[in-house]
Write a protein that binds this ligand. Structure first.
Ligand code: ATP
Length: 923
């Protein structure tokens, strides 16, 4: 059926659905099974096989493959030339073991990548769009993937249309369909039947999947879903976005590449150096030494690269994302985790984010008198008392509820509950206190016949909302909105039952607004105008909202959220500036900002939207760093503010809830949307969605971002220290051992390649990864935000080199000592191996801190304790089990020696930490 040629009745009949009931839940399930979920066919995921082999492209694997080739060459050389079969077999084991490790590594990476993919998918599911749908006679939010043909949906400004829809009822509905038609302006929608030859762009009684509602609202019935929609037909043209690597990941990959070249250099150097050393000592090159020389080279190659780092990094970032979601902060991509921690400006809306969005009119001014209103909350009970003269105010209240879609209703427990926009609810409650309700006004009787014939919804750009009513055959526009805006569109003002020219009373009006606003009240003016029928029916927004007569101003209290004050203080202490950007009046904004500690003076500077309008970018650039309140701004101003702040190298997080905020959210480093009250479009544009709409969640997310970043730095430092130690102990062996010591020849490597691999893959990486769960080191929010231009290694290099050098020296000395005792090669290498293992296992407790081991409780991370215990035990076991002795070149040691290699390596950690603690105490 061509639904645009059918009447709404025929469409509903064809789809077998009742207009007032919608589908039943059961029927919807049945249709879902029949038509499938309402989504476009997913781009084929990277296949599991591909994901598995992906790790083979990592630099480390390339180095390991080279190591296998060297080991195989060495084995062949031993079998054929030197006839040293025991060394030959060792090389064979080495090659096999390295190959096994490549596969194990691929498996671990695959497993991690797969589970990261799953947890990201789970997070993405949480950010699915929802749409108000009629099922079983009740309107309810339904995940758009669950929509089926026949579903009746209700959309409003800021919603996505998902599924193709035939409109049943529209009210100033405008939809942006640029993705299908290229037309950038909103298209006005209608419900009338169209001719068969109407082209896609002209089918105005239809809505198409992928469009956004830019104005008004509408009710429609879904006619097709998923790949059957117009969007589905062109779906292959749409490019899926690729998952990008986060800046840290790029950083680490670049580091790994550099280290790979370094490894190459070291290998060539050691081989040449060993050969020259041989030549100088003996006058010839003894070929039997070549396999041993190669062994050293292989071990070095493996040592120089932090093999496990990329995998550990992506795990830690994913842990971070899950941690944030648990705190009600849903992030869309891993890179937001690290950006959050670097945030230096948070620009937030006022209403609903900093305040409770529970509005009550506490005072109003109408007909030239001020009235006080008693009662808080939604109960329509409370005295209205004149503060000045007593004059009728009914016309003001009647207009306020006619231009209003909100309602209050009693629930089962007789409590009044609000339905609709909080500002409008407050007016409904106010009018009810005076016995005026919308439903009573719309009831028809002998002398009253009112119909609301048009509704021009509120938008934050116009800052007004209007209805057109037909009252006893006459037409009237009722407009309410920001008083200053209403004022510019008004010609008259009602004072003591007489309409006076507004120009004469402008001052009076302004001072009234200011009086309310200075008391932190949100203000809203109500006005009316008589119009002729043609204007009433067909006038544009601009035609209607002019020549108004002001009836009065409401003063609405919207209390600040209690917890925000502390959050603002915490963020300020953390060097993060909190900026309020609001559509509200300047004085109201400043009063609330003062109450929340965003500014510290009642006279603080406030920049208004019209001032921004008058400024050049350069002028705005000058003022943004120390302006903390912007008032009466429109969404475009937000984008300009973000851009100028960014020019100051600021990392800007910005909240937004309306559809027009989407560009500003995209421009911000972290766009933040409200999960509950935000529009679907802003949620889509955001990097962080606040599931509870609370400002405090932003603070918590920044805190979590910093924590994760600090943990990442800790584990990177730990891994690199180990690499430095490994490389150094091996290089010292090559350079300093020029003659045999005991059973050790001048070419025996300090550690075998497999020992090095064991350390990198098991005893170092497992505990490192548990650092991702570490609690923050106390004062993360007392420091300023980090400089994003600095490398992730900034400030860590001295410590990496000092600790790495000490650890490497210790391993080398342990090896020399063992050699001097006359131990076998495998025993001496095992002494060196365990010295390294325990050296870094002790050090990891120190790595948790930027300061020293002694400044934290060492055993509070239970995952770390477990990982260390596992690494320690398994590293000892591989020296005891014959199989590993053969493969890794380990040997069992005497009990005293075990005790020595377990505890002596603790010394540097304790001594160096002690020195550092003393030094910092003195400083
Ligand atoms: P924020 O931008 O911090 O959320 P806000 O909600 O006050 O602040 P807007 O929603 O843009 O910003 O509102 C701006 C002004 O428009 C308000 O101060 C009020 O005067 C007026 N206004 C708000 N809601 C309505 C409404 N439903 N009908 C008419 N006027 C309204």
């Amino acid at each position: 059926m061509k639904f645009y040629t059918a009447t709404t009745k025929e469409t509903l009949k064809n789809l077998n659905v009742e207009r007032t009931m919608g589908l039943s839940h059961k029927e919807a399930q049945r249709r879902l099974a029949q038509y499938g979920p309402n989504e476009l066919a997913q781009e084929a995921e990277v296949s599991k096989v591909k994901l598995f082999f992906k790790s083979f492209k990592e630099p480390i694997v390339i180095v390991l493959l080279v190591a296998i080739i060297l080991a195989s060459f060495s084995a062949v050389y031993d079998f054929k030339v030197t006839l040293n079969t025991s060394h030959a077999w060792a090389s064979v084991y080495e090659a096999i073991a390295i190959a096994v490790i490549i596969f194990v590594n691929a498996f671990i990476s695959f497993y991690q990548a797969n589970s990261a993919r799953k947890s990201l998918a789970a997070l993405q599911e949480m950010s699915h769009h929802h749409i108000n749908t009629l099922r079983d006679g009740n309107w309810q939010p339904v995940d758009t993937t669950q929509l089926v043909p026949g579903d009746i949906i209700n959309v409003k400004m800021g919603d996505f249309i998902e599924g193709d829809v035939r409109w049943l009822k529209v009210s100033e509905l405008q939809v942006n369909e640029s993705h299908l038609t290229g037309e950038a302006d909103g298209i006005n929608k209608i419900t009338e039947v169209l001719a068969e030859d109407a082209q896609l762009g002209d089918r105005k009684n239809m809505g198409f999947s992928g469009s956004t509602v830019v104005n008004g609202n509408g009710i429609g019935v879904v006619v097709t879903t998923g790949m059957q929609t117009e969007l589905g037909k062109i779906a292959d043209l749409l490019q899926g976005s690729k998952t990008q690597k986060t800046p840290i990941e790029k950083n680490v990959n670049a580091l790994a590449k550099k280290l790979m070249f370094l490894a190459g250099g070291i290998i060539v150097f050691t081989i040449l150096y060993d050969l020259i050393k041989e030549y100088l000592a003996t006058g010839t090159i003894v070929l039997t030494k070549i396999p041993e020389i190669l062994s050293s080279a292989i071990a070095l190659a493996v040592a120089a690269i932090p093999d496990a780092m990329p995998v550990v990094l992506s795990i830690v970032l994913t842990i971070g994302a899950t941690m944030l979601a648990r705190n009600n902060g849903l992030i869309k991509s891993l890179s937001s985790v690290e950006t959050l921690g670097a945030t230096s400006y948070i620009a937030s809306d006022k209403t609903g984010t900093l305040t409770k969005n529970q509005m009550t009119v506490v005072r109003f001014w109408a007909n030239n008198a001020t009235f006080a209103v008693e009662g808080r909350g939604y109960d329509p009970l409370g005295e209205i008392t004149p503060l000045t003269n007593d004059v009728p105010y009914q016309a003001f209240l009647e207009a306020a509820v006619l231009n209003n879609e909100a309602e209050i209703r009693q629930d089962e427990t007789q409590n009044w509950q609000p339905y609709g926009n909080p500002t409008d609810v407050s007016l409904v409650v106010l009018a009810a206190k005076a016995g005026i309700t919308r439903s009573a006004l719309l009831e028809k009787n002998d002398d009253q016949d009112i119909d609301v014939i048009r509704l021009l919804p509120f938008d934050s750009k116009r800052k007004m909302m209007s209805v057109v009513i037909e009252k006893n055959g006459q037409y009237q526009v009722i407009t309410k909105g920001a008083p200053d805006v209403i004022l510019t569109n008004a010609t008259g003002i009602m004072l003591d039952n007489v309409v006076k020219p507004v120009a004469e009373y402008r001052k009076k009006f302004d001072s009234k607004i200011l009086e309310f606003a200075n008391d932190a009240l949100r203000t809203l003016a109500v006005s009316v105008r008589q119009v002729d029928k043609a204007t009433a029916l067909h006038g544009t927004v601009a035609d209607l909202e002019k020549d108004l007569t002001i009836l009065g101003i409401a003063g609405i209290i919207d209390p600040p959220r209690e917890e925000v004050k502390a959050s603002v203080a915490n963020l300020n202490a953390a060097g993060v500036h909190v900026v309020m950007i609001t559509g509200d009046h300047g004085a109201t904004a400043r009063a609330i900002a003062y109450q929340l500690g965003i500014v510290d003076s009642k006279q603080a500077k406030v920049i208004e939207g019209r001032e921004i309008e008058a400024m050049t970018d350069e002028e705005l650039f000058q003022v943004v760093p120390d302006t903390y309140v912007y008032a009466r701004v429109s969404p475009e101003h937000k984008q300009r503010i973000v851009k100028q702040l960014q020019k100051h190298e600021a990392v800007v997080a910005m909240t937004g809830d309306g559809i027009n905020d989407a560009p500003a959210l995209r421009a911000a480093d972290i766009g933040i949307a409200m999960g509950i009250n935000g529009t679907e479009v802003t949620k889509d544009a955001a990097d962080l969605v606040l599931l509870d709409d609370k400002f405090t969640t932003i603070e918590n997310s920044v805190r979590a971002g910093r924590r994760i970043f600090a943990n990442i730095r800790n584990f990177i430092r730990q891994e690199l220290i180990t690499n430095v130690a490994e490389v150094l102990s091996l290089v010292l062996g090559v350079i300093l051992i020029t003659a045999p010591i005991g059973n050790i020849s001048e070419t025996t490597p300090t550690l075998t390649a497999l020992m090095v691999l064991w350390v990198n893959m098991i005893s170092d990486s497992l505990p490192s990864f548990t650092l991702g769960y570490d609690r923050p080191e106390g004062d993360l929010m007392k420091q300023g935000p980090r400089d994003t231009k600095q490398s992730i290694l900034a400030g860590m290099l001295p410590r990496i080199f000092v600790r790495g050098t000490v650890m490497g020296l210790m391993v080398f000395l342990a090896f020399i000592w063992a050699a001097k005792q006359g131990m076998q090669v495998s025993e001496a290498q095992t002494v060196a191996f365990l010295t390294l293992v325990f050296g870094q296992l002790w050090h990891i407790f120190d790595a948790r801190s930027n300061k020293t081991l002694f400044s934290r409780k060492p055993f509070e991370n239970s995952r770390l304790n477990l990982a260390v215990a596992f690494a320690a035990t398994s590293s000892i076991l591989v020296t005891l089990m014959p199989f590993f002795n053969k493969v890794m070149g380990t040997a069992a040691l005497s009990p005293t020696l075990y005790l020595a290699v377990i505890f002596i390596p603790a010394l540097p950690t304790f001594i160096l930490s002690g020195i550092k603690a003393m030094a910092s105490k003195r400083a």
